[in-house]
Design a binder for this molecule. Structure first.
Ligand code: SDX
Length: 430
């Protein structure tokens, strides 16, 4: 493999170094291209462009591989917890028992939100999408914890913001749900760990305590682990870009939440269920909707299918599908949407259109079935994705801000507008 590649342009020659990753991925460093040749590259959607070097997550789209700090996602889903996975992603290694206990205890100690923040819930209409409230409240945490929003936070200050965010977003989400159904807010409890605490805040009430079922806790734990990071996806790239201007971590995460909200990204888990409900209501005609998904003149797409990177199965989808089966069996739930989703997958995976485009179920195709079984409302599905992705966003922001090579993100463009022409006074315009 060459150590450099040559770019010859208008009589100039640029030697570009070849960068090789620890997993033998290869990149051409073109950072001197514009200053040497005056040319830029153009790559809409960045399908061929690396934005940074990172040690956090590795994925291989062709082989369906996903590892956090080198550990396969299958092992973490089987043996780890979400809090332990947060530690692994943010600090680069698994914690020992003392560190894990201290980390988990810090989550409990920081699980309350400032009392004044509860007023936010009175200002929004009850119909507000919880991603709007979450993004606004995360950004507003900078107002309630101003001592932490310095341009160059210390490691200790970053650690404190990280724990604040990881713990409080769970409370904010549960409170927004309670507010939307007119129930009194249920505060976090010091004696419950991360996931049971969230479920209790979501579903218990003064007249009806929530019965914590281990299988439900484990299913949600696995979902949060599987969503925790995914290298340079749209929302994580947003967090890095906003953070590169030295915007504080709260502001950067708030921007990531907004990027995740889109139905092509983290909003897809909600869009999948809406799609399945629509197909079910229309008689469950799988062939009709597979045909619509293939029809270029039809805006319908098979939500939860396809991925920018995975051109083979999404390893997370396989685990989530099995988790959905197991949980529904344990709870004695028969969800017709799960049967419909399985039929859609079966037909699509045998269809040339999907095979030739390497379109497989992604992380969002089956996750909504589990959220439904737990009782989480549809418009909170993207919020669950945000809670899961929080450690990944924080880890990438921290890696970016600690990298001395980081520069403010500022891409160029190819201008396609009008060439120079003079201003025309209003009286001379037609
Ligand atoms: C997430 O990037 C990440 O890592 C994201 C994520 C993470 O963990 O952060 O994995 C989470 O966002 C998962 C993706 C959730 N989104 C959806 O499920 C929405 C439905 N999927 C599509 O919109 C689409 O597949 C994308 C957005 C996910 C990927 O789009 P790409 O890579 O830009 O692919 P493309 O649009 O260029 O599609 C290539 C071809 C096109 O057909 P042709 O023009 O070649 O004829 O495949 C077709 C597309 O029309 N296609 C689909 C399709 N997805 C792609 N056709 C029907 N249904 C689909 N879902």
């Amino acid at each position: 493999m060459p150590e450099t590649v040559q770019i010859r342009l208008d009589g100039k020659v640029l030697e570009c170094p070849v960068i090789v990753s620890t997993e033998n991925e290869k990149a051409i460093d073109i950072s001197k291209l514009r200053s040497t040749t005056g040319y830029i590259t153009l790559d809409p959607g960045f399908g061929n462009t690396g934005s940074c070097q990172s040690a956090i997550t590795y994925l291989d789209g062709d082989k369906g591989i996903l590892r956090y700090r080198g550990i396969p996602i299958e092992q973490l889903a089987e043996q780890s917890t979400f809090v332990e996975t947060c530690y692994l992603l943010i600090y680069g290694r698994l914690p020992n028992s003392k560190e894990l206990d201290a980390f988990s205890t810090a989550f409990n100690e920081h699980s309350m939100i400032h009392e004044d923040m509860k007023n936010f819930f009175n200002m929004y209409p009850s119909s507000t999408h919880p991603m709007a409230g979450l993004s606004a409240m995360v950004c507003s945490m900078s107002a309630y914890y101003p001592e932490l929003i310095k341009e160059d936070p210390t490691e200790e200050e970053i650690n404190r913001i990280a724990v604040q965010l990881l713990s409080k977003v769970r409370t904010i989400c549960a409170f927004s749900y309670k507010k939307s159904i007119g129930d009194p807010l249920v505060d976090p409890r010091h004696d419950l760990r991360y996931v049971p605490n969230f479920l209790n805040m979501m579903f218990s009430s003064p007249t009806k305590p929530y019965k914590i079922i281990n299988e439900v806790v484990r299913a949600l734990e696995v979902l949060l682990i599987l969503h925790a990071d995914h290298e340079q996806n749209c929302s994580t790239s947003t967090v890095r870009l906003v953070g590169s201007s030295h915007a504080n971590l709260y502001a950067s995460i708030s921007a990531g939440i907004c990027a995740l909200w889109g139905p092509l990204h983290g909003g897809a888990n909600q869009a999948v269920i809406e799609m399945l409900e629509m197909i079910q209501k229309d008689g469950g005609n799988v062939a009709k909707y597979i045909a619509k998904a293939k029809d270029k003149n039809d805006p319908f797409r098979l939500m939860g299918f396809g991925h920018r990177v995975y051109k083979n199965f999404d390893p997370r989808a396989k685990i989530i599908k099995q988790c959905a089966d197991d949980l529904l069996k344990k709870l004695g739930i028969r969800d017709p949407l799960l049967d419909l989703a399985k039929r859609m997958e079966e037909v699509a995976l045998k269809d040339e259109y999907f095979i030739s485009r390497k379109l497989y179920p992604n992380v969002d195709f089956y996750s909504g079935i589990i959220y439904r079984a737990i009782g989480i409302p549809l418009n909170m599905f993207p919020v669950m994705f945000a809670i899961g992705r929080m450690p990944g966003w924080i880890a990438h922001w921290k890696e970016m801000i600690e990298d001395p090579a980081t520069k403010i993100g500022r891409p160029f463009q190819i201008y396609t507008g009008p060439t120079k022409h003079d201003y025309v006074p209003i009286e001379q315009r037609s």
